[in-house]
Design a protein. Structure first.
Ligand SMILES: Cc1ncc(COP(=O)(O)O)c(C=O)c1O
Length: 392
């Protein structure tokens, strides 16, 4: 798309591939891995991310919506596509038509598939072990096993559950350990038939890597001993799911960038932006940047967060507007001709051209949220520029 405003998200596919190989190293050779590309690959561009991962050998990809799966099929993705959200009868028909893999979490979904299928269908079965969102409770495991043994059409390939507190997965007495123990009991019903099991999200994978380095009674042995399948999301995009995880080397994939539109010189006492919430306490140079909350820079960062400008962290001053935000760049531009800074790069998070880095975690913490939300909130009108994407 032609770009008249230089505000965009750089997507570094080489970093994505680096993260993918780091995850594969933790996995070893014979483990199921389903990279999560739902929600537009956490805002990074689901088609391009899926193409890159498929090229690097990913055999399965995870989406939430049937719509997301159809988009990937339309783009020529051949890998298995797991649809996690569930579906109704009409959804079951689409899943079959486009050869997506249903993650089933209710009896209604099972019946919809049975009645829509003409040929055998691969199914993954989701269990609730503590998240209390979707999935069968463990007391259904025996009945489900009997059902799938008899079903001519539905071929059970895997069972899965999802961690509520992946950040404690390395510990023997955490919530994840409790969920893992319950899940082990569920998997016992299906084991004899070669059905595999997956449960490790980014927290779980990082926890596994950490637990392997631990030699204390605190270690969650259940996570180390089994060949649990992986479903990495956040980690693929280069961020740790908790501060105490650092065993896996990750490189952030997205850099959210804009440029200086103009610079205003203001006097002591002058205010900036709506509500006049920031006032200059010295003669100041204010850079106006064409990116705002409609692009995913939440208004809550007003007067709190920073951006990278000429390799320095500079404060966002005044309220973030729908299409603009303002930076106090006085310390950087002092003594220079201000016109030379027009079109200078501004990095809201990620890397600048010289590899200076500002973490998306800063924006996340100033908006009282998590980095997952910061990445997925980057607006639709922000073009994604892909670096290192090979043609398929
Ligand atoms: C079922 C399921 N598996 C895996 C993931 C990936 O989680 P994360 O991004 O923490 O790795 C998600 C994300 O929410 C999910 O819903």
């Amino acid at each position: 798309m032609e770009m008249f405003r230089r505000t965009y998200a750089d997507i570094n596919i080489e970093n994505l591939i680096h993260n993918w190989h780091q995850i594969k190293n933790v996995a070893g050779d014979d483990r199921f891995i389903c990279p999560m590309v739902k929600a537009n690959a956490y805002g990074h561009g689901d088609v391009q991310v899926s193409q890159a991962l498929e090229r690097e050998g990913a055999l399965g990809l995870g989406v939430c919506l049937i719509e997301e799966g159809l988009l990937l099929r339309a783009a020529g993705i051949k890998a298995d596509i797991l649809v996690f959200r569930g579906f109704d009868k009409r959804g079951a028909e689409k899943i079959l038509e486009y050869q997506l893999i249903p993650v089933v979490s209710t009896w209604e979904q099972i019946h919809s598939l049975e009645s829509a299928a003409d040929e055998p269908v691969k199914v993954h079965l989701k269990f609730n072990t503590g998240m209390n969102r979707i999935g069968f409770n463990s007391d259904q495991a025996e009945k489900l096993d009997e059902y799938f043994r008899k079903s001519e059409k539905l071929k059970l390939k895997a069972v899965l559950t999802h961690f509520a507190c992946g950040e404690d997965s390395h510990l023997a007495n955490g919530f994840s350990a409790q969920q893992t123990k319950e899940f082990i009991q569920i998997t016992e019903f299906f084991k004899s038939r070669g059905v595999y099991s997956h449960l490790l999200n980014s927290g779980g994978i990082a926890g596994l890597a950490k637990a392997r380095t631990m030699n204390t009674p605190d270690k969650n042995q259940h996570i180390v001993d089994r060949n649990w399948g992986f479903r990495p999301g956040l980690m693929l995009y280069g961020y740790q799911s908790a501060d105490h995880f650092s065993e896996i080397d990750l490189k952030p994939v997205m850099s959210l960038k804009s440029v200086v539109n103009n610079i205003r010189s203001i006097k002591i006492g002058d205010s900036v932006s709506y509500g006049a919430t920031w006032k200059a306490t010295r003669p100041s140079q204010i850079a106006v940047v064409p990116i705002g909350y409609a692009d995913g820079v939440h208004r809550l960062v007003s007067n709190k967060s920073h951006a990278l400008f000429a390799g320095k962290k500079v404060p966002i001053v005044g309220r973030v507007c729908m299409d603009f935000l303002m930076l106090d760049v006085t310390d950087v531009v002092q003594g220079t001709e201000t016109s030379r800074w027009i079109e200078e790069d501004v990095i809201l998070f990620g890397y600048d051209e010289k590899d200076n880095f500002l973490s998306a975690n800063e924006m996340a913490s100033h908006t009282n949220t998590i980095v997952w939300e910061t990445l997925t909130s980057v607006g639709e009108r922000v073009p994604r520029h892909f670096k290192g994407l090979k043609k398929t």
